[in-house]
Design a protein around this ligand. Structure first.
Ligand SMILES: Cc1ncc(COP(=O)(O)O)c(C=O)c1O
Length: 383
């Protein structure tokens, strides 16, 4: 099976991990953790980075640092991997689901605007949902599949309604929007370095922000909120969310190769587009203006009339041919833990889910494997 995304560990990973083992620095204290934080902050052009055990942990802490409180509501995309929505619930806040743009597949900024202007009212104390009476505290901008949301438009809208913006950059390492790295436009963001990401620690994440106070608070929360470490005194509930030195050692070695990885990702995307663009009815993700994507998982849509059963059959055919194709995530507002929450004018999410197929996109994919994926897709869609 040609895997959807496999890490390539061909740089200094062994050398740096050996240094951890040789010196005994294997837990969450150690020089690689700080080196990795500094290197990520420098790479994406942010002032602060706080390493965490996972991207989900980074998002949870980013949301707490953004001031999301129990009982708040948070605007989230209906189409995304579930982790950012779970993080909203870890804060005991409630998601309000917003539709995907049918062309870019990212959260639709026009629906964010209409939800806030039609369904909410701005009071002196903030923005309130007229239906639930709850405060709408934040918007989670998830940059999907190595593309980008229209983040400037979302940030402007959020400002007008006194909302915080938390960026989820788990799938968008290396993506630039108007020349800036994603994850540096909102107040705080969460990266992931899971095994299937462009740069990996095995498992790991990072809170990124330009706000020193938020970075300090994130660091405090990720290390059990120690107010007086010597006396084990804690003023609030903390978390054991810190990245270990061994994971950071792998991450640092990976980051050294990031430019090469991103170039390969872009070449894979270009090859898929060239190889499949002549097939009638297939559609590809449109990037928002002035976005330089990194195409984490290259994904296409089957023709508009395709049924869910037909899309499942195409994936089954690809899998049987040894191609690790996968669907897009099931829209979250229809999942059992989330059905009771408000979903605002969701017209496109289910259609996207019913037509989308992600193809193997790992940086280690050879040209021969890539051509095989293209040939098998052509065969599976009958072209
Ligand atoms: C959009 C998105 N957010 C968050 C995460 C969570 O990251 P992690 O697996 O590192 O917890 C992922 C994927 O893993 C993701 O795709």
């Amino acid at each position: 099976m040609i895997a959807l995304s496999e890490p390539v560990l061909g740089g200094n990973e062994w050398k740096y991990v050996k240094q951890c083992l040789d010196t005994g620095w294997v837990s969450s204290v150690g020089p690689f953790v700080e080196r990795f934080e500094e290197a990520v902050a420098h790479y994406v052009g942010a002032d602060h980075a706080v390493a965490t055990a996972s991207g989900t942990a980074a998002l949870h802490v980013a949301m707490l640092a953004a001031g999301i409180q129990p009982g708040d509501e948070v605007l989230v995309p209906a189409i995304t991997f579930v982790a950012p929505i779970n993080a909203v619930r870890y804060c005991q806040a409630a998601p309000v689901f917003i539709d995907a743009d049918p062309e870019t597949w990212q959260i639709d900024p026009s629906k964010v605007e209409s939800f806030l202007s039609e369904e909410c009212e701005l009071r002196e104390t903030g923005c309130f949902n007229k239906r639930s009476g709850c405060r709408v505290r934040a918007l989670v901008a998830v940059h999907l599949l190595g593309g980008a949301c229209d983040i400037d438009r979302l940030v402007a809208c959020a400002r007008a309604f006194q909302l915080e913006v938390v960026e989820d950059t788990a799938e968008a390492f290396g993506v630039r929007y108007k020349g800036r790295h994603v994850g540096t436009s909102g107040g705080v963001s969460g990266f992931s370095f899971n095994g299937n990401k462009v740069v990996t620690c095995g498992g790991g994440g990072m809170v990124v922000t330009n706000d020193a106070a938020r970075a300090r608070y994130a660091r405090y929360l990720t290390t059990q909120a120690k107010d007086d470490p010597l006396e084990y005194f804690h003023n609030e509930v903390g978390y054991n969310y810190r990245l270990t030195n061994v994971q950071a050692a792998i991450g640092l070695a990976q980051l050294e190769q990031a430019d090469r990885f991103l170039a390969r990702k872009r070449a894979i995307a270009a090859a898929y587009s060239r190889g499949l663009e002549d097939i009638d009815g297939l559609a590809f993700m449109r990037v928002v203006p002035e976005c330089e994507p990194a195409v984490w998982l290259w994904t296409f849509l089957l023709p508009a009339a395709t049924t869910l059963a037909e899309r499942k059959a195409v994936i089954a055919r690809l899998n049987a041919a040894g191609i690790g194709a996968r669907p897009l995530w099931h829209p979250i507002h229809e999942l059992p833990p989330y059905r009771e929450y408000q979903a605002y004018r969701i017209d496109h999410a289910m259609r996207l889910y019913g037509r989308a197929i992600s193809l193997p996109s790992g940086v280690g994919l050879t040209d021969e494997q890539l051509q095989r994926c293209i040939d098998e897709v052509r065969r599976a869609v009958g072209s």
